[in-house]
Design a protein around this ligand. Structure first.
Ligand SMILES: Cc1cc2nc3c(=O)[nH]c(=O)nc-3n(C[C@H](O)[C@H](O)[C@H](O)COP(=O)(O)OP(=O)(O)OC[C@H]3O[C@@H](n4cnc5c(N)ncnc54)[C@H](O)[C@@H]3O)c2cc1C
Length: 440
């Protein structure tokens, strides 16, 4: 929350700082806004969504400005798992059942376009530090029931959507891939891969800087409102007037009251990660040899990948405003249960961040009114989608009506009984953990 001068105080953390911070390239430097300025479009939030929006608004001939309360990539964009995926939290088969096959096809195509766009960005902007690896992903079944569900999903993806990049692996093949004997099989998807997420967002910001696009750091937006034919955006040391505004604050929309109107459509859910020290010469050296990203089918999903020679393991973080020792300890315990080879290996980095869950498990891109556009609610799968969403944000800002399947469904649905969201999340998480524990 804003401190005495309107600045955003860092939240206390028991984490050690992320592996990404420890291995990042040099940050491009950006000043703090002071005084009054005018632009065509003001963008609140300096993560993938905000930067991508600025890039495409500039390509459309407009002058955008990105305003970030902390530093570029401070939010989820600089802390995430770096898994580049075209999936949504809700599966394509479920989308087809609820909204029809054509909608599922469009959403699938949007996911693939988003993955492709990440590769194009890295190439165009020369972001070598992004360490992009097109390794695909493997979903590992933890019991016979979930294996059967994966088998049926893979068959449906091939038949209904013509996706031939999906195949099934046996229990033995999954054991060879992961080094873990606990899985009954898995679904391999060769789309997507992994990146270094912080270097990717810093490379994106450096590319904008080189193109002369304005970015301000350490500049929290404390309020915005309509004025004349546009909007006025207030920050502690200066004001921006613009014709339109883009809200790109995702799970961090509660940082100041300025973005209250989108905050109540999101449940922030803490996601935590740990990274081991380098595995060379340790009993864990052979794990995850193919370098993909891996998820498991439990409801309280855990996921893992390699970065260089380290293993990264992620899952649910603590409830509430900060991370906790207990949540990291639970994650480490789960990691060792999955990979007993890691029992003697040190964890060198622990960190967490917020993902933005929505009521329908889908991201939302739309207009609040004739001057304000938002793109939020990636439900923990925004690396590819958010970093390419700027094309569509720019289309909306310039009066277009892009065909984005379910992403542009209006209006933004508020979370019912918003004040009860934290206890409600605890109850649901507890129930899911119970079902996972009894193998249901
Ligand atoms: C631990 C973790 C792991 C994840 N792993 C993956 C993964 O492997 N693959 C995947 O696809 N997705 C993953 N995600 C989700 C993904 O990181 C996000 O969907 C994506 O980064 C969202 O980008 P964004 O730009 O919309 O938001 P953010 O990157 O969160 O940026 C929002 C920014 O807005 C700023 N802000 C907020 N309020 C204000 C204000 N009033 N004034 C100015 N600035 C403000 C914040 O400081 C913040 O920097 C993960 C998320 C987390 C937390």
């Amino acid at each position: 929350m804003p401190g005495p001068k309107g600045m955003v105080a860092p939240l206390p953390s028991v984490g050690s700082g992320s592996l990404w911070q420890a291995t990042s390239v040099a940050r491009p430097a950006f000043g703090r806004l002071s005084g009054d300025q005018s632009f065509d479009v003001a963008i609140i939030g300096g993560g993938y969504t905000g930067l991508s929006s600025a890039r495409y608004l500039s390509k459309a001939g407009l002058s955008p400005v990105v305003i970030e309360a902390n530093c570029i990539g401070w939010g989820a964009s600089g802390r995430n798992g770096g898994v580049v995926s075209g999936k949504f939290r809700i599966g394509f088969k479920d989308i087809a059942a609820r909204h029809g096959l054509d909608t599922a096809r469009r959403m699938h195509a949007l996911g693939l376009e988003a993955i492709e766009h990440v590769g194009q960005l890295i190439e165009e902007l020369g972001i070598a530090g992004a360490e992009s690896r097109p390794t695909g992903s493997l979903r590992c079944a933890h019991n016979a029931r979930t294996l059967e569900a994966l088998r049926s999903e893979a068959a449906w993806l091939r038949e209904a959507l013509g996706d031939t990049d999906v195949s099934m692996l046996s229990a033995g093949e999954v054991a060879d891939e992961t080094g873990s004997r606990g899985f009954t099989g898995g679904m391999l998807n060769t789309h997507g891969g992994v990146i270094h997420p912080l270097n990717f967002v810093l490379g994106l910001a450096a590319g904008l800087k080189a193109a002369g696009i304005a970015i301000y750091e350490n500049t929290p937006v404390t309020r915005f409102g309509r004025e004349g034919t546009g909007v006025v955006v207030e920050t502690p040391r200066g004001r921006i007037t613009a014709r339109q505004l883009v809200i790109a604050t995702n799970a961090y929309s509660d940082m100041t009251p300025a973005t209250d109107m989108v905050r109540t459509s999101i449940i922030p859910f803490r996601s935590a990660m740990v990274a081991t020290e380098a595995l060379g010469g340790t009993p864990g050296a052979g794990l995850l040899a193919s370098g993909r990203s891996y998820t498991e089918t439990r409801r309280m999903m855990r996921w893992f990948r390699k970065s260089g020679d380290r293993l990264l393991y992620g899952g649910r973080g603590a409830f509430g405003k900060t991370d906790s020792r207990a949540a990291f300890a639970a994650l480490e315990k789960a990691m060792v249960r999955q990979f007993p080879e890691l029992a003697s290996v040190k964890v060198s980095h622990k960190w967490s961040g917020l993902v933005a869950m929505t009521l329908d498990s889908l991201p939302h891109l739309g207009r609040l009114d004739d001057r304000v556009v938002y793109s939020i609610g990636y439900n923990g799968t925004g690396v590819a989608l958010a970093s390419g969403i700027g094309r569509h944000v720019a289309a909306l800002v310039t009066g277009g009506t892009p065909d984005l399947g379910l992403l542009t469904r209006q209006p933004l649905p508020p979370i019912p009984f918003y004040g009860l969201r934290e206890p409600a999340v605890r109850v649901v998480a507890g129930w899911y953990q119970f079902l996972d524990a009894i193998g249901r």
